[in-house]
Each structure stands twice: as structure tokens, then as C-alpha cells.
Ligand binder design. Structure first.
Ligand code: GAP
Length: 467
């Protein structure tokens, strides 16, 4: 059986080799926890965002899109609880200065460290188990006690002269922009409760140990929905939202056996119930998306700190209340990684080994690749260019591939997940078989099967097969 790390290494290697993901600032030796999406990666990422937006805005009747500014008033992070409560307990190795996350180390020993624990409480647990915890770098067991290390990333926006001014932070979570605009959405769109708001936005966290490629990064893009409901009318909606989100991953072609729900044992400071949708990454099941029942915590806090009335008045009954919020939040990097891991296959085809990304056709970077059978036959190249240009005009994400022989092109397109390859051959020119004039070979990525299709039917075919 394949070793766990092998699959991860292969996915990471393919991501780099085929232009999906690069280490951030690579030519300077890299910046830990930051990644850049290359030409193939940005297409997949955009397709994921488009699919997510469709499911969470267009396919719903009562969800509104939003794109809020990243910088926010300093008080936002006080109100949200991030300046005081958004921290990891860290201890430092006295021998080599490596920092460890004490909660994660305790977790690995099967000891659950609650996020709400005080520094004293976590240190009591740490002291109990510190003999069993070694430094990952030097192997010693000589640690300082644990200190809360805040994850917010500070900026110096507007900090021209200031001493003592409140710092402006980069967002610790993207969703705060939704709470800040809840009143604006009420006033401008006049929705009735329940209604939702959807946003894709960046978040930044001073993660002490970014790890597992796109899984734990310092710069994160989060796709969030916040559903505003009447107090105590949360349970049914919460169950439905959880199931909807799970089913959405299935609709992207992720295998059901690689997904599961897990309820949080230790709740973050704002949640009254929280479930993760977990994906079976190469190292095992781990968090993909969080579905949180945040009650009225966020709006109550912002009402208190801003002094703005954030209550909702029911137009029919006149009832006034602070809505409760049901949140879904997923990091696009994790979504990307899960999709890549699920799509990655190595198999035999036509007597040779191939690596293929069996991506859902809606997600593949290229919808189709077009090739002339031979690149040194001008009539074939001319006809192939004609087909390529017309498909590109229609779809945009169409590849031209005339490198090497057709077999090699198929393998190359398999590796980046292109669902179909179109080949223009001598039959397309109709010289020997007039009945085949203006038809092309369309090869299917997953089965390798080929069919003969009239050029004029290609747009229709690819419209049906990839949305
Ligand atoms: N607004 C709620 C919130 O931010 P979270 O559980 O901290 O909750 C939500 O994050 C999602 O964001 C996670 O389920 C995960 O997909 C993603 N995420 C969080 N931290 C991340 C990190 N350091 N790197 C990559 N993705 C991360």
C-alpha cells in the first residue's frame, strides 16, 4: 500500500510541476505559510469560487453576496473577541528555541485542551504531561511554560505618527465584514428573516506552525455564509445547512467515503454548537469546513462596541430582536487541496502508467485541449487552429497542445485534468474519406474512449459536458 506521505508528496510535486501552486516568494527562499496559485491553479481556484458562489447565492432565493474591505476599525477585533481570545498556547524549547503548540501536543496524547482554558489551566495540564512531550527539532524536553500567542496579524495602516493608537489588524476571519454590513443589507435590500449573506474574503493568522501545504497557511481565503435567523429558530436550519454543505462536496465529485462530519468537543469562544466537515487527506481525516451556530454573539458584541442598534424588527408582528447566526466557513486552500487529493489517480491505460486528475469537468483548468495530429503538416495545423480559435472564443479556457506525439499530449492533459482532447487528423480534411470531412476525434480523459464528432457540434457537446 502507498505510504501516506507519498501521496501528499506526489500531489505537491504535481502542483508545482504543472503550474498549480508555487511556494510564496520562492526565489527568496520562500515565505512559510504563503502560497501562490499558478496558471492552472488560478483556473481551478476560480472554478471552485464560481461553483461555491452559484450554490450559495444564485441557487438560493434569500442569500446576498458581499465583498467587504479587508481593513476594519480596530474596535471590530475587540468586539469580536479576537484581541483577547484568539490565541494559541505556545511553549518554547529552552535548548533550541523551537516553539510548540501545547494544545496540539496534548491532543496528540489524547488529552483534550479546551480553547476556553486559561493559561494557568493549560499549564497545569502541560506540567502533568510534559515528560511525554519532546521538542520536534532537538528532541529535548526542556520547555518554558505555555503563553497565549495571539494570532492576529498587525498592520501599520494609518500609523504615521501614532503612539498609543489602537493597531489596525488584518482580518483574523473574513466573516466580520458580513456582521459589519448586516444593517446595510437590511436597509438596502429589505430582506425578511431568515436570510443569508455570502462572501469570499481573505483572512490572516500568525500560525506558529504552518503545515501540510495548503492545509494550514498564514494567508487564507475563506468562503463564508452567515444565515440570520430568529432566536431559537436555529436548530432545523442548522441541520439543513450542514447537510447542504456536505452534499455540495459530493456534487463536486468528492468521494463520499472521504467526507464525514465531526462535532467539536471544545467550542471556540463564539460558538454554541460547531461541526466540521472533514476530508480524508493523505494524513487522515481533518477539518475541511466549519459549520457554526454562533447565536447572537456577534451582533450583540458589535451593537455593544459600536453603539449602533443592530436589532431586527419583524414587519408583520412588530417583534424586535437580535438575530442568531448560522455560519459556514471554508478555506479555499483546504478545498483546493481536498479536490486535488481526491482527483489524483495513478493507473494503467493502454499498457502504460498514467497520472490523471479526475477533476469534475466544471473544475478542470482547461475545458478542452485542441491538437493537430502532426505539427509539421500545415493543413492539419491550419484546421486545428481554426477549431481552437472558435472554441477559445466560446469558452476561454481552451488549451492548444502540439508538443510531442498525441499519446504524450494525452498524458500531459490527463495530468492537469483536461476532460477532453480534440484531435484534428487527415480524416478531418476529408481527403480519403469524404464522409468524415469536418469531423474530429474527441477523447475522454477518464475512459480514454474516442468518438468522432462534427466540428459544428463541439460547442454544444462541451456546453453539455462542462458547465
Ligand atoms: N469565521 C469562522 C472561522 O474563521 P475557523 O474554523 O477558524 O472559523 C474556518 O476557520 C475555515 O477556514 C476552516 O474550516 C478552514 O477551512 C479554514 N482555515 C482556518 N484556518 C486556516 C489556516 N490556517 N489555513 C488554511 N485554512 C484555514
Amino acid at each position: 500500500m502507498e505510504k501516506i506521505s507519498d501521496k501528499m508528496e506526489k500531489v505537491v510535486s504535481l502542483c508545482k510541476r504543472r503550474g498549480f501552486v508555487f511556494q510564496g516568494s520562492e526565489i527568496y527562499g520562500g515565505l512559510a505559510g504563503v502560497f501562490d496559485f499558478g496558471p492552472m491553479g488560478v483556473e481551478l481556484l476560480n472554478n471552485l469560487k464560481r461553483a461555491w458562489w452559484k450554490a450559495n447565492v444564485y441557487d438560493k432565493e434569500n442569500y446576498y453576496g458581499l465583498d467587504s474591505g479587508m481593513f476594519k476599525h480596530p474596535k471590530v477585533w475587540e468586539a469580536s473577541g479576537h484581541t483577547s481570545g484568539f490565541s494559541d498556547p505556545l511553549a518554547e524549547c529552552r535548548e533550541c528555541n523551537t516553539r510548540i503548540r501545547v494544545d496540539k501536543e496534548l491532543d496528540a496524547l489524547g488529552v483534550s485542551a479546551d480553547e476556553k482554558m486559561s493559561e494557568t489551566e493549560i499549564n497545569r495540564l502541560f506540567d502533568e504531561y510534559r515528560e511525554k512531550i519532546s521538542c520536534p527539532k532537538c528532541g529535548q524536553k526542556n520547555f518554558t511554560s505555555a503563553h497565549a500567542f495571539n494570532l492576529l496579524v498587525k498592520s501599520n495602516l494609518g500609523d504615521f505618527t501614532s503612539e498609543g493608537n489602537d493597531p489596525v489588524y488584518l482580518p483574523g476571519e473574513a466573516c466580520q465584514g458580513i456582521y459589519l454590513n448586516y444593517k446595510n443589507i437590511l436597509n438596502s435590500m429589505s430582506p425578511k428573516l431568515p436570510f443569508g449573506t455570502a462572501q469570499i474574503g481573505k483572512a490572516f493568522r500568525n500560525e506558529i506552525s504552518p503545515r501540510n501545504f495548503l492545509f494550514r497557511t498564514r494567508e487564507i481565503e475563506q468562503a463564508d455564509t452567515q444565515y440570520f435567523v430568529k432566536p431559537n429558530e436555529n436548530k432545523e436550519a442548522y441541520e439543513k445547512i450542514k447537510q447542504d454543505r456536505f452534499n455540495w462536496y459530493l456534487s463536486l465529485g468528492i468521494k463520499e467515503e472521504n467526507l464525514r462530519f465531526k462535532q467539536h468537543e471544545n467550542l471556540v469562544f463564539y460558538a454554541s454548537d460547531a461541526w466540521d466537515i472533514e476530508y480524508n487527506y493523505p494524513w487522515g481525516f481533518d477539518e475541511l469546513e466549519g459549520v457554526h451556530d454562533r447565536t447572537d454573539y456577534d451582533l450583540t458584541q458589535h451593537m455593544k462596541f459600536s453603539g449602533t442598534d443592530l436589532s431586527y424588527t419583524d414587519g408583520e408582528t412588530g417583534e424586535k430582536y437580535i438575530p442568531w447566526i448560522l455560519e459556514t466557513s471554508v478555506g479555499l486552500g483546504r478545498m483546493f487541496l481536498a479536490v486535488m487529493c481526491d482527483a489524483y489517480h495513478e493507473e494503467e491505460m493502454d499498457g502504460s502508467k498514467r497520472t490523471v486528475l479526475k477533476l469534475h469537468p466544471d473544475l478542470a483548468p482547461y475545458r478542452v485541449a485542441v491538437s493537430p495530429l502532426l505539427r509539421n503538416k500545415p493543413q492539419l495545423v491550419e484546421k486545428a487552429r481554426e477549431v481552437f480559435v472558435s472554441l477559445k472564443k466560446e469558452f476561454g479556457n481552451v488549451a492548444w497542445d502540439d508538443n510531442g506525439n498525441v499519446g504524450k499530449r494525452y498524458r500531459r492533459q490527463d495530468e492537469i485534468g483536461t476532460p477532453h482532447c480534440v484531435v484534428i487528423d487527415f480524416d478531418t480534411l476529408g481527403e480519403e474519406k469524404p464522409e468524415l470531412k469536418d469531423t474530429v476525434t474527441v477523447r475522454d480523459r477518464d475512459t480514454g474512449e474516442q468518438e468522432r464528432v462534427p466540428v459544428e457540434k463541439l460547442v454544444e457537446l462541451f456546453e453539455v459536458r462542462c458547465r
